[in-house]
Structures are given as structure tokens and as C-alpha cells.
Design a protein around this ligand. Sequence first.
Ligand code: SF4
Length: 611
Amino acid sequence: MKSWAGRILRVNLSKKKTGVQEFDSDFALTWLGGRGFAAKILWDEVKPGTDAFSPENRLVMATGPLTGASLPSSGKLLVAAKSPLTGGYGDGNIGTWACVMMRKAGYDAFVFEGKAERPTILKVEDNKTEFLDAKEYWTRGVFETEKDLKKQYGDVTGVVGIGRAGENKVKYANVVSQEGRGGGRPGIGAVMGSKNLKAVAIKGTGELPADNMTELKKLGLEGYKEILSKPSYKFWKRQGTVSTIEWSQENSVLPTCNYKEGVFDEADAIGGFTMEKFKIGNRGCPQCNMTCGNIINDTDGEPSELDYENITLLGSNIGLGDLKKIAHLNRICDDYGIDTISTGNAVGFAMEASENRLIDEKLEWGDFEKVKALVEDIADNKGKLGSILSQGVRYASEKFGHGSQKWAMHVKGLEITAYDCHTTPAMALAYGTAASGAHHKDAWVISWEVKYGRESYDEAKVDKIIELQRLRGGMFELLTTCRLPWVEVGFELDWYPRFLKAALGRELTLEDIFTIADRTYALIRAFWVREYGERWSSAMDMIPARWYSDPLTKGPLKGVKLDKTKYETMLQLYYKKRGWDNRGIPTKSTFSRLGLDDVANELSGHVQLSA
Ligand code: SF4
């Protein structure tokens, strides 16, 4: 237990009570942290069929054994709950001082249950907890809320909070910190809002736990130096993820006009080099020396933090080729606590619905003023169109009908992120099999796939997806450290077992971590299947029909689309390699191999399991 406090703060909002739950090294080594802790807690405590907005849902905020230490990019917090958007497992990670402070206050995780009688802020100062009246903050932006709390309690206070989208239970409301670092796309902010919890403010003064802190600090320092020496570091600091715009355009995967196309006529106007002309600074997560948030002033002269995903979804995907306008939409989404990716996806869907006259509203591609007004309505869950879109594109497509389900760009109800997959079957499968619905964070396989050869549907692609899921959706989400040093500047993976040795006082190899990752994936799958019961089938892992029925009409790959049958064959191979049956459900022997016999027993009360 050298690197965990072994303590979870339990918060009952209905009773205004807190308590400490201790856990032992068995629990710690079985689930490691972050996503592992969250999956285990949600599986154990959220009964199937629970309304995501009921007091019985749990909101988990979890760290890992390296969180907050002075080593590269360790300042991430995982937030999770049963998702109101998908009805399954949902999580996300946020760069925030709140996770550093949580660890310094002597906790590895917070778990919230119940519902506060009135808007509340939880203040935690080491062992002291306080429920504060949040009446004056309710309806206020999350930026202002955080600033005000820091003014009152000191700059070192870590704050995570929600904006009005969370308060209004927009189903893709997220949790926000540090003016632009948001996480929990599948509506974790809405779950927080349903509990009347506006924010959590944390201050800790203790030492971080570690077996050998001197060695950990020494390794951390070497790690930071190593990152600085990487050839791609300088360019990364200039553009961060924004340079991916040019890459995606060159490779015909830049989502354009609701993923109709993979190229955008105005890509140069929103790309990395244009962004550099407007750039006024960088922002980033704690403990990171490759800070990747690019700040530019928006149309109102206010700073907005841009990255590849928010530019693409609020830019090319809605036909908007003006970076300052995109920055404005991005800033209001962040301040309202609404996920920029899902918002851009939903607005693009509405624009196509308008083009096809499925809705009364006239909403043309790139119409900034109309989008601004629509984002207000979405965040307030109001107006005819805004209130429909605030429920996500799956719901909107059921409402609009007329075949719009074919171009509702989601998997399992979670809106697809910023890669068009007409020409990339492996990336499509990565979306199809990600833990919480269509998210690239589990397996960003597309850059490898483009080099490998995008036309094939072979075994190497399935292997690569599983490898990446073990690392990105696995190791980094369990440790809650940022994956980008490894992905973007080539910070070698063998640093992590070395960090863990110093922190834990014992060896934990990459293979050991992959086993925990597989266990966590199987448990998350079980959570989904238990919720959906007999309605669960491999169709849950299918991708939008647009990608295999409407070929691209522009760019060098004009005419290309996916092959549905080959995708399904690749999906079945993925299941086989995971030890899941042809419905995508782990078999009894797979559960057993991962030490999850109890999970298999319970799940067999909901669906028939294969041997
Ligand atoms: S690389 Fe970017 S996302 Fe990762 S920790 Fe640093 S600032 Fe945060």
C-alpha cells in the first residue's frame, strides 16, 4: 500500500454526511486506480436499471498510484458514473489541481451518492469536510465559480465543477476545471448536476504516499529532461494537437459537414499554422512540461483553449472555417460545462437535418450566429431544437426519423470524436469497441493505420487495437497519467514500470498492467451487458451506416467507403481475441481467468453466458 492512501472519501449528499472507506492492497493491486477503481465501484454499487439521474447513481472521482507526483503529466483525475447519454458505463479524465490536492489530503478517490437538498459545494481540507450552500453559484459559469472559490480558499485549491449544462442535465454535460479542461463526455457533469453538486474544492497539505519518494523525484526529473530532449518537442509546444488538422486533411479523415466528407475546403484557415498566428499562450494540466492547450482570443477578445478535437467538431464538422468564431463557441461550451465534441457533432447533425428539411429550423452550414444561439439553447435544455439536441444525436435521430439514424454519428449513444472513418476500418473498430462509446482515447489507431495500409481488414489491425486499448484505455486510464508524452513525443513506455517500482516498492511489469487493463475492460463490458440484458448484441458495437453506405464525394479518396461485412468479420475476430462470445460478451472462462467469477455469476442472472 506504499503508493495509495488506501482511503476513499464517501459522500452522502442526501444525508450531508461523509465518511472514510479504507481499502487494502488486494483491492489496490487488482484494480490499480482511476478507471479500475471506478468500474469496480460502479459495478458493485449501481443496480442495473438505475436511472442515471437518480440519487442511487454513483459519481466517482478517482486517481491512481502516480497521480500528482513530480513526474511527467501525472495531474489527471478520472470522473465516472452510469451515463445518462448511453445507459452504460461512462467516464472521462480531466487535468486538474483537484487530483493533486485529493492525494495530498490523503484520499485516492471520492464517491458521491444521494442528492443534496439544495445546490451544494463540497469543500475538503485534509480531514475536514464541509457542505457549502451553492445558491449564489447556481446558473453561474464554471470559470467564474472556480475563480471565486480560489479567491476565497486560496490559489492552491483544486476545483472541479459544472456549468449550467450540468445543472440542466444536458446529457453530454461534463466536469470542468482550470478554464477549459473538461472531462466526462458521457454526461458525468449532468450526473453531478442531478445530485445538486455544483463544485468540489479540495485543499491538501500532506505528503504524497510513495515507497521511495527520493527515487521517484529523481526519476521524474530525468523523465522531464528526456521529454525536453525529444526532437518533436519544440513543434509540439508550438501547435500541440492542432497540427492534426493538416494531417487529417491530407489523409481525408477530417470530419466535415457531419462526417459526410474527410476534407474541408477551408482546412488551412483552421489549421495549426493559422492558429499560431493568433496564439497568445499555452495552458495545461498540472505536472506537465509539454502543456498542449493553445490559447487564442475569440471574437469577444476572451481567451479560449483550443485543441484538435474542439476545432474540428466546432469547425469543419459544422462547415465553419473561422478560428476566432470556433474559439468563441469553444469558450462558451467550456464555461457552460458542455462537451465540445458532442456539441459540434449534434449541431452538425441538426444542420444536415435542416438541409434535408426534417426540422422547421433553418440552419445552414457555417452559420455562426445561429450556432451561438443554438448552443445557448442546448446548454439550457430549452427551445424545440435545443432541448432535443441536449439529449444527444441518438435521441435526436429517433425524433427526426426519416432515415436520419443512418447519419447520426455515434456508437452506443456517445457521439463520435474527430476522425472520419469512411476509409479507416481499424479506427472505426476502435470507436466500435471503446469502453464508454465512440471515443478515440482508448485506441487512437488511425495514424498507425494510415501508414500500415488503410484498405485491409486483417488480423494485425485487431491486434493493434487491443494493444492500444491495453495501453491507452488501460494503463494510462488506470494510472490517470496523460498518454500524450508517449503518443506525441515518444516518451518511452518503460519509464512507467520504473516510476511504479519507486512508488510501490515492488515490480509491476507492463504485462501485469495489461492483465489489470483486460480485467477492467471485461468488467466494464459486464456493466453494459447487465444494463442492456437480452437487448445486448454485437449490433451495440456497430458504427454509423453512413461510413459503409455513403462513399466520400470529395478529395483524393473520393468514392471510398467501408465494407460492412468485412467490418463485422473484424469485430468477430476482436471478440475472439478478447475471449468474448459472438455477441461481444466475455465468456465464463474469460471472467474466470481474470479473477471475475463473481461477476460471471451475477451476470448470468441477466443473460446466458457462454462457457
Ligand atoms: S500533454 Fe496536454 S493533456 Fe497531457 S497532461 Fe500535458 S497539458 Fe494535459
